[in-house]
Write a protein that binds this ligand. Structure first.
Ligand code: GBH
Length: 447
């Protein structure tokens, strides 16, 4: 079966070297350096030191047998405050990209995975339309630099988090309380940044793939039932009603794939005196991503009572517990998630992230994590079921290649297939699940 397997990491979560080679400070440097934001009081100053140890990690990925090596460029390393190119930053990513290519994998680059230069945040971040030009400049530089080496570009990772949570004061940088109007503007500017990037990337290499990563918590019908499933589908694509509901998908996916905002969202925007120009909407419409990338981890059950009323169920089964409350091991999300998105947008789908964290223990240079192995196999079998039902899923990336800085939770949450021994020189140790995923890849591709 021709299918693309991958893993993911992101710049701030692994690179470290936070002041090296003239990197600008990012909003995550700021957040993690001020008290009370990261549960284990850590920061990404060193992280897993991918900045210096990338070759070791790329080699591990090769051993795993993946085709796509997903990682991100940090804008903070590419341009300075005046928009001049930082060649040392470019050279670092050249080394990484060359190494991935040498090992026979494809580099899949996320252009923005949350580490905005702090100086841009000081000007309002995504609420300020000026960000569109700066982002476009950045994209132009890397598009030219990596023209012949990078085929697949992801313009953004999860605006649900960096806008939805980060601009409503919840856990993510910049951790500000934006008004409803500012949320709407920030959302729009992210879409314009994407659209500009799309134009630039396709202009420089018409054959490249340009995509955008969304995430959402998937609504699972507790029993198979047409009406219940329809409800779950509709509920997935509901618009926000206030500034606290921007952990939302449809306000991104409808403009990206249909070139328009949902009608009720336009009414919400109008209530804040925001209208979107024809020109902006045309720019967005002309930048339809080549495929649908979604990060799917977990979801909620819905059921019908005896009166036919449908509601969310608060049940948690023992085997669903992981070390995060938001992450319940519910494999069916990889069946219903792709189904809902395919039903609405009808484009090839890549599961750009899926993974789990457990409290892994290192014993005698080994990490036995049967729960993660089980997670991977059960989730993947649901994805295969979706494929059998005709859903065009073309790839799956496990998050993450290695344990890393899990944002507001620091190093306390481990998602990796490779264990990082933070106490002993950041030593890399392959967990048992590394081999589970490796075998799954071999079997699927040979089968
Ligand atoms: C992804 O984010 C990221 O792309 C990646 O960097 C990260 O390491 C990975 O997942 C693992 O977390 O329902 O309101 O409680 C997903 C992070 C997960 C953050 C869900 C918000 C729950 C919001 N998000 N979480 S809520």
């Amino acid at each position: 079966m021709k299918f693309e397997f991958g893993t993911g990491i992101s710049s701030y979560q692994v690179e470290g070297a936070y002041q090296e080679d003239d990197k600008l400070p990012s909003i995550w440097d700021t957040l993690s350096h001020s008290d009370g934001n990261i549960s284990d009081k850590s920061n990404g100053d060193i992280a897993t030191d991918f900045y210096h140890r990338y070759e070791e990690d790329i080699q591990l990925a090769k051993e795993l047998g993946i085709q796509s090596f997903r990682f991100s460029f940090s804008m903070c390393r590419i341009l300075d405050k005046n928009g001049r190119v930082n060649h040392k930053g470019i050279e670092f990513y050249q080394r990484v990209v060359d190494c991935i290519l040498q090992y026979g994998m494809e580099p899949v680059v996320t252009l923005y995975h949350w580490d905005l230069p702090q100086f841009l945040q000081d000007k309002g971040g995504f609420t300020n339309p000026e960000i569109v030009d700066y982002y476009a400049k950045y994209v132009e530089v890397v598009a030219k630099e990596f023209k012949n080496k990078i085929k697949t570009w992801i313009t953004f990772n999860e605006p649900q988090c960096f806008i939805g949570l980060g601009y409503s004061g919840r856990e993510h940088a910049p951790k500000i309380h934006a008004s409803l109007k500012e949320m709407i503007l920030a959302t729009h500017h992210v879409l314009l940044c994407h659209a500009k990037a799309y134009q630039i990337l396709k202009g420089i290499n018409p054959k490249c793939v340009v995509t955008f990563v969304n995430t959402f918590s998937i609504n699972i019908p507790l029993v198979e039932d047409r009406e219940l499933e329809d409800y779950c589908y509709n509920h997935t694509f509901e618009s926000p009603k206030n500034e606290n509901e921007f952990y939302n998908t449809v306000i991104y996916t409808d403009p990206l794939y249909f070139g328009r905002y949902p009608a009720d969202y336009l009414a919400l925007a109008a209530s804040q005196d925001v209208t979107f120009s024809k020109e902006d909407m045309m720019t967005i419409k002309l930048a339809k991503p080549d495929r649908i990338d979604i990060n799917i981890y977990s979801g909620n059950y819905f059921a019908k009572d005896e009166n036919g009323n449908i509601s969310m169920q608060n049940l948690v089964k023992e085997e669903e517990i992981t070390s995060f409350d938001w992450l319940r091991a519910r494999p069916k999300v990889l069946y219903y998630g792709p189904k809902y998105f395919y039903q609405r947008y009808h484009l090839p789908i890549v599961i750009s992230e899926n993974g789990v964290c457990y409290d892994d223990q290192l014993e005698d240079d080994k990490v036995h994590d049967p729960n993660r192995s089980k997670f991977i196999l059960e989730y993947f079998s649901q994805l295969k079921r979706a494929i059998k039902d005709g859903i065009d899923v073309i790839g799956y990336y496990y998050w993450s290649l290695e344990d890393n800085f899990e944002w507001a939770y620091g190093y306390s949450k481990r998602f990796g297939l490779v264990y990082i021994d933070y106490e002993h020189g950041l030593k890399r140790v392959k967990k048992d699940s590394f081999y589970t995923y490796k075998n799954l890849i071999t079997e699927t591709r040979n089968g």
